[in-house]
Design a protein around this ligand. Structure first.
Ligand code: AMP
Ligand code: GLY
Length: 426
């Protein structure tokens, strides 16, 4: 099978490893890739959002399957454009990707199907949004409707900061993502990222992971795309998985089919385990980053054949796979200034030592390799340090050995990945 993988983050480095280890794959090309991916397979410098160029590439390279990492490519309609050329794509159509690209779309679907989620209201002007604030209690959860790279959510402790957030969103802080604003009931509880593979009609559970969204230790600082993750999570018992499939994933697939937009790809449910049971925080139409990396670190099977079965609507004939019993933990190393304004260009040393750590893996995300051979920061989230082990503690210890082998004064990371579960173990 000839596979084209789209994207350039840590998620795509992990997918590239799993795809290159798939017995069915004879050719793997990544666009645009990153310096870590360059060490395992071929790359071509086409951006993940350049849909016409990616489709041309897929045609010219006689690609059998395109695997799409980032949401922006999906929202730009890459799956639709590939369908016109009869090329299989793992990832939803632009219409189906609304499950991620429009919070208002998903909230309305949840309401219609009785899928548990926070109470909400949608607004198209600052005035009506402000008036609504007076009718509810703090803290206020305020969200830009569209894609904002995981940064379009403000949890405001009081009315003043809530009003400020509403103004910023309507004033264009998130571009067109902020032309509609959703205000939600505040939920409390632990969060779990739940991943199902879907072929349009059927879904199969892949795995769960826990993300650490805040920038700094102790769940402080701004929300980010994710600063660390681990898998498995102890919440994901067989009964829990069955319940989430039955009450969230399956009704969503049925609803999407009825709307004429069957969902094919990864349906990633961000769940909050509230005192009254699990509730949906959001859907994403793709693998989570960094959750994908910890799932792939445990994945055993032919990933390419599995994703092809989804893309062809034939999940029932998918090859078997499993996630290894061991635990994977991941620490994101980000550039100082992330998420608001990461400082780019600083040199990163110590790659060799990091790669030599037993039970450790170093994945690249926002890095670049310059002509002088040096590795430099080129994005917000720059490196992923992964550890594997029979327990979470051992996995976390190995991940921090990888982190500590890296010499990068202009980077930062959290030191408390896995704290909830580790505290429970103690
Ligand atoms: P989202 O982009 O919708 O996943 O939101 C980002 C993060 O904001 C979530 O992972 C939660 O930590 C937090 N969050 C979102 N919605 C709510 C809510 N209704 N109540 C409490 N926290 C929330
Ligand atoms: N780690 C959260 C996300 O990928 O959206």
């Amino acid at each position: 099978m000839r596979v084209l993988l789209v994207g350039s983050g840590g998620r795509e480095h992990a997918l590239a490893l799993a795809l290159s280890n798939s017995p069915s794959v004879t050719f793997l090309l990544v666009a645009p890739g990153n310096p870590g991916i360059a060490e395992i397979t071929r790359m071509t410098p086409i951006g993940a959002e350049d849909v016409p160029a990616l489709v041309n590439l897929a045609v010219n390279e006689r690609i059998d399957l395109v695997v799409v990492g980032p949401e922006a490519a999906l929202a730009a309609g890459i799956a639709d454009a590939l369908a016109q050329k009869n090329i299989a794509c793992f990832g939803p159509s632009k219409a189906a990707a609304q499950l991620e690209s429009s919070k208002a779309f998903t909230k309305t679907l949840c309401e219609a199907k009785g899928i548990p989620t926070a109470a909400f209201a949608t607004f198209e002007s600052a005035e009506t949004a402000m008036a609504y604030l007076d009718t509810i209690e703090a803290p206020y959860v305020i969200k830009a409707d569209g894609l904002a790279a995981g940064k379009g959510v403000v949890i405001a402790p009081d009315g003043l900061s809530a009003k400020e957030a509403i103004h910023e969103m309507f004033d264009g802080r998130f571009g067109s993502a902020g032309t509609r604003v959703v205000i939600e009931e505040f939920m409390t509880g632990e969060e779990v990222s739940f991943f199902a593979l879907c072929d349009g009609k059927n879904a199969i559970y892949l795995g769960s992971a826990q993300d650490h969204k805040r920038a700094f230790d102790g769940e402080r600082g701004p929300n980010t795309g994710g600063m660390g993750a681990y898998s498995p999570t102890r919440h994901a018992t067989p009964a829990f998985v069955q319940d989430i499939m039955a009450r969230f994933i399956e009704p969503t697939l049925v609803a999407m089919t009825k709307l004429g937009m069957p969902f094919c790809g990864v349906l990633y449910a961000g769940l909050m385990l509230t005192p009254t049971g699990p509730k949906l925080v959001e859907y994403n139409a793709r693998f989570g980053d960094p959750e994908c990396q910890v799932l792939m670190a445990r994945f055993e099977g032919d990933l390419a054949r599995l994703l092809m079965a989804c893309a062809q609507g034939k999940l029932e004939s998918a090859p078997s796979f499993r996630l290894a019993d061991q635990t994977a933990a991941l620490v994101v190393m980000a550039a100082q200034g992330y998420p608001d304004d990461p400082i780019k260009g600083s040199e990163i040393r110590g790659e060799m030592g990091a790669k030599a750590v037993a039970n450790g893996v170093l994945l690249h995300a926002g890095t670049r390799r310059d002509e002088d051979g040096k590795l430099r920061a080129a994005g917000g989230r720059v490196l992923n340090a992964i550890g594997l082990g029979p327990t979470l503690q051992q996995a976390v210890d190995s991940a921090y050995q990888v982190v500590d082998a890296i010499d990068w004064p202009m980077g930062f990371h959290r030191r408390d990945i896995g704290w909830r579960e580790l505290n429970r173990d103690r």
